[in-house]
Design a protein around this ligand. Sequence first.
Ligand code: DNO
Length: 358
Amino acid sequence: MNVTFRWYGRDNDTVTLEQIKQIPGVKGIVWALHQKPVGEVWEKDDIQEEADYIRSFGFHTDVVESVNVHESIKLGNNDRFKYIENYKQTIRNLAEAGVKVICYNFMPIFDWTRTDMFHPLEDGSTALFYEKAKVENLDPKELIRTVAEASDLTLPGWEPEKMARISELFEEYKAVDEEQLWTNLGIFLKEILPVAEECDVQMAIHPDDPPWSIFGLPRIITGPESYERLFAISDSPSNGITMCTGSMGANPDNDMVQIAEKYASHAPFSHIRNVKIYENGNFTETSHYTQDGSIDVKGVVEALHKQHYGGYVRPDHGRHIWGEQCRPGYGLYDRALGVMYLLGLWDGSETTGKGQLL
Ligand code: DNO
């Protein structure tokens, strides 16, 4: 496992690379050109400049999260091929700068969705929270307001340009059901995978978060059946997944240990975090610690270890602890604790695996 840490850039994050450098075991930074409007080509110079800066701290820049997919591609609009060509060029440019894995998702309009970014936990910290009934009865515009008010920084997947077109987008998505979305994903993948393969880049689709339909919009990367269908589209080695325990695992039917056992070889990249799921379908994010939530994080890391997992792993969202003011879910402290927990589980497995005494 190659431990990484997500960082939003010099002007866009409360955390610095100097700080990340002091977390033991972190080898690489998961990055992106967050200021680029979705659909535009990421130019070589911009990529190089950011990669050089990150590398100057001794980190690798192998993983980009995310190159977002333009809504026209997901909708299957006529202008999609222009955006697909741009996407291919971005893959080529990133590959030239040494990038090996590109994370993306295929969620209509909304990326990850929560109803409260600072939900109080019993220990006095706060964390991201999803209230199912609220989403079922909410006007999407209200949700956009909640997200916008949660941070002065633009949150990934919630770009203001897209949010401004929300009514129009909802109208357009009326014509897109799950089947149509699969078709549109297939067309996208058939176009880009040969380029990715040629460039030795692995594409890693992120599951829908949460893994069910919201606001009547289709969502298709929701569980193991989705993976079977994804791999049936193409058996290219570039057709990979981002295994995300907290996203896919928010549906208790998805057994993340089994998923890690079965799909780790298709996952060049993994996000590991915990969520506590309530009977009514609500969930709150928690610390990474297995006992704090509903996901068997220990089992997942052990499953990865058993397979000698060499993929990139990052701790995912953390709580907001010790008074830290940060991007929702992306503070320094709790994610750093997450790294230490994941490394502890990994090293613990090593010792047990080899039957050594300390
Ligand atoms: C939120 C993240 C998502 C994720 C994208 C992947 O914090 O988990 O924004 O990066 O969905 O494409």
